[in-house]
Design a protein around this ligand. Sequence first.
Ligand code: SF4
Length: 426
Amino acid sequence: MAYYHIWTIGCQMNQADSEQLAADLERLGYQPTQEIDNADLIVVNSCMVRQSAENRVLGKLDSLKELKRLSPDTVVALAGCMVDSDTDRLRRRFPHVDLFLKPGQFNELLDLAKTRASEVSNSFALAPLSPTAFVTIIEGCDNFCSYCIVPYRRGREKSRSIGEVRRQVESLTERGVKEITLLGQNVDSYGHDLPNKPGLADLLQELNSVAGLARIRFLTSHPKDMSHKLIQAVASLEKVCEHISLPVQAGDDRILEAMGRGYTVQFYRALVERIRLAIPNVALATDVIVGFPGETQEQFRQTIDLLSDLKFDTVHVAAYSPRPGTTAARRFKDDIPLSEKRRRLQEVEELQGNIASEINALLLGHDVEVLVEGKKKGKWYGRTRTDKLVFFQDNADCLGQLVNIEVKKTSPWALQGSPKRSVSKV
Ligand code: SF4
């Protein structure tokens, strides 16, 4: 028996890539292991969207030096956004790494795994999957926001055909998946590079008819690409969840322009209004960057005002971190001190904690439908269609079921409740 170990950091695209690689390795007869010392193949799926993520990858790679020295036959691969075209430089920097794989490009590793697969038993059946899975539908990004490394590392946008995505979703549902999240760095520009230019709305329509599938989500939308047709599709297709992730990044027009985001605050506010009119119970998530070069107190205040007014269900906040090679790193001085970035970040988090408390408290005493994803510390957990994390206790095996839960307790981050009745398996 041969084992693989995949260490993943970063966005959902990276997680989806790792899930796909794991499935491919298991098809070749490899098994996962958490014990890295036992692994025959080790993959570090990296991210460098922020300095903190890059530091963690470097720490992980360092920790593998000794393992590789003691066990030279173990294959160590570095994958993901840290891998650029200059593999010679990477080889000099990380001599204990055998393979360097660009984001999502695992063929070299799989070829190597195949050559070793003759020594591997492949007689076991594929294990059932978790009830939720990621499916990448469009790779790369054409936007070149000034702070972002993604277009340089993942390349230009490339959509998969509707037929190919449908086949993957059908095969996932056959292995027990009930909910899929369609992924793209810029998911709502899906299809513009395909013949006849289908849109994300068309793909949602197609997947809505997949038997056995209960829920569909998609991540991450760019405000400038969110069409009326897409909003209508979310409003009308019963399997598509009322949950949209719509990063705003800043609440000030000059900062948005310097970021190269391609919209104004007014445009964004009007879009949120249109979405909420069409989908009244929608949950909205957003991303915010604080401490972008030159961001004044007044400009930061505009972001706080926007978040206070629009009241998102979730806000992911990050402090600006210059990424070598990006336009912002070349053009602008990183002039907001780290202590000030941290202060702004904390202010956003505190504000959002209060807003999320208020929003979640409205659910107290109501029933919510939860797709159960697993068990932690004796409690089942899962998510509502609006992406709220819910915990409850039940002696029955609830994994993969849709369960109605009466909400008994709320916090900014999660809900607690008790089951009303189980809904039959989907
Ligand atoms: S839309 Fe902007 S932030 Fe998002 S991946 Fe593309 S370039 Fe990066």
